[in-house]
Design a binder for this molecule. Structure first.
Ligand SMILES: [Zn+2]
Length: 304
């Protein structure tokens, strides 16, 4: 039977490493290949899962589906038996397909989604959760929740959805800003340039100087505009993308934009699963695979 063995490499440690103590906030970018799955473990023991990966080609076969292959084994390895909240940022397969496995195997307290009807997979995931009695709620900007002493604010989708762009599904992704003492984390789903502009317009100073950014849309050049990168000025950024993916993610232009502002960029295609931990003051990043400066640079990135 396949087992995940956590051999982690500490690549960044500022001040004191907070370790795995219960006062730490941990953000885990699960390696689901080309897709997104982010686990947030709060200091009070609650767990939120934001997306669960999926095959962009839409294959739901168990064993290939990243929900079975990647997400459930990580939850098991961390002894997480239930999730307090699940967020589906938007209906694309590479974010929601793995949720079917989660819905079948893990008790979930509440589901948030962006209210944007999309793929058939997304509809069946919502139906599966509803069938199990889980509350499924569409969220939009302005909703704020306290999880212990950590604040989670919904920054997107806007009250009036963004329409008329290349991908309204992406632009209206659920975006979460998580604040814990001195640290802030921005999880962006697949928002693109117009969604980022709307975020900067509505959020103002809240988005200046982010500690950890989950880079939007797998590092595509349609997101992470120079203005967004400059304003958010993240200390650390995670890119979730597949090895040699056919989209050429992450874009070399995007990598350079982050390099220009001094962001330390980590990629799941090169470093495997990524984990950021903080006690609200100091922070540390661990990677599943050894990840040195050379590996962090854009060996795969292409101009697009
Ligand atoms: Zn995506």
């Amino acid at each position: 039977m396949f087992r995940i063995i956590f051999v982690c490499f500490v690549t960044t440690a500022l001040a004191v490493l907070p370790g795995c103590g219960h006062r730490a906030l941990t953000v885990t970018c699960i390696d689901v290949g080309q897709g997104d799955a982010v686990l947030v473990s709060f200091p009070n023991g609650k767990h939120w899962l934001i997306d669960a990966g999926g095959n962009p080609a839409g294959d739901t076969e168990a064993g290939i589906d990243p929900g079975h292959r990647n997400v459930l084994p990580v939850l098991r390895a961390k002894a997480i038996q239930s999730l307090d909240v699940v967020v589906m940022t938007h209906p694309d397969e590479d974010h929601v397909q793995g949720m079917l496995a989660v819905a079948r195997h893990i008790p979930v307290g509440r589901v948030y989604w962006n209210g944007f009807e999309g793929s058939r997979t997304e509809q069946s995931v919502r139906a599966k959760f509803a069938q199990k009695g889980t509350t499924v709620e569409a969220v939009s900007v302005g909703s704020r929740t306290l999880v212990g002493d950590v604040e989670v604010a919904v920054m997107s989708p806007p009250l009036s959805p963004i329409m008329g762009t290349r991908s309204p599904e992406n632009e209206n992704s659920v975006v979460l800003l998580i604040t814990y003492r001195d640290k802030s984390i921005l999880l962006t789903g697949d928002v693109e340039a117009e969604g980022e502009r709307e975020l900067l317009r509505s959020a103002q100073a809240e988005l200046n100087e982010i500690s950890l950014l989950k880079v939007a849309h797998h590092g595509s050049d349609s997101s992470s505009t120079p203005e967004f990168v400059r304003r958010t000025h993240p200390g650390i950024a995670f890119v979730s993308c597949g090895k040699r993916n056919r989209y050429g993610h992450p874009s070399l232009d995007v990598i350079k934009r982050f390099e220009r502002v001094g962001t330390q960029l980590y990629r799941t295609d090169q470093c495997g699963m990524l984990e950021w931990t903080s006690d609200g003051h100091s922070e540390a990043v661990t990677t599943m695979l050894p990840c040195n400066e050379n590996a962090l640079r854009g060996a795969q990135g292409v101009e697009n």
